[in-house]
Design a binder for this molecule. Structure first.
Ligand code: AMP
Ligand code: ZN
Length: 114
């Protein structure tokens, strides 16, 4: 998936500010943060959208949340609160087609989201 910017980042061919990585999941700072803490948590494996996930990927998807929890603790926003967001396809605002979980925190979040 040479044309996928997040695959390029995971392969370390493009720079990013990593805050977590293991054999399945990475997390790095969003280049255009929408909150004081804005981290992207994603599988190393390329899935274009959530709709490409299969039942056998369930534990990997669950792990994204566990990693987000760990990163939230690391940035000390866990007790104040944080938001996790997946955008899927155009109307949700997905712009990078490699599944990623947004971790947002460090400010009061509005509801409903825009
Ligand atoms: P989405 O719109 O849900 O697909 O989210 C894509 C996110 O990736 C946006 O919040 C962008 O700011 C972020 N982004 C795009 N390019 C990069 C990059 N090179 N490094 C870090 N974050 C990026
Ligand atoms: Zn990719």
């Amino acid at each position: 998936m040479a044309e996928c910017i997040f695959c390029e980042i995971i392969a370390r061919r493009m720079p990013a500010d990593f805050v977590y990585e293991d054999d399945e999941v990475v997390a790095f700072k969003d280049i255009n943060p929408q909150a004081p803490v804005h981290i992207l948590v994603l599988p190393r494996k390329h899935f274009s959208t959530l709709l490409d996930l299969k039942p056998e990927d369930a534990s990997l998807v669950g792990k994204l949340i566990l990693v987000a929890n760990e990163v939230a603790r690391k940035f000390n926003i866990h007790n104040r609160g944080f938001r996790l967001v997946f955008n899927c396809n155009r109307e949700a605002g997905q712009s990078i087609y490699h599944v990623h979980l947004h971790l947002l925190g460090g400010r009061i979040m509005m509801w409903p989201p825009g």
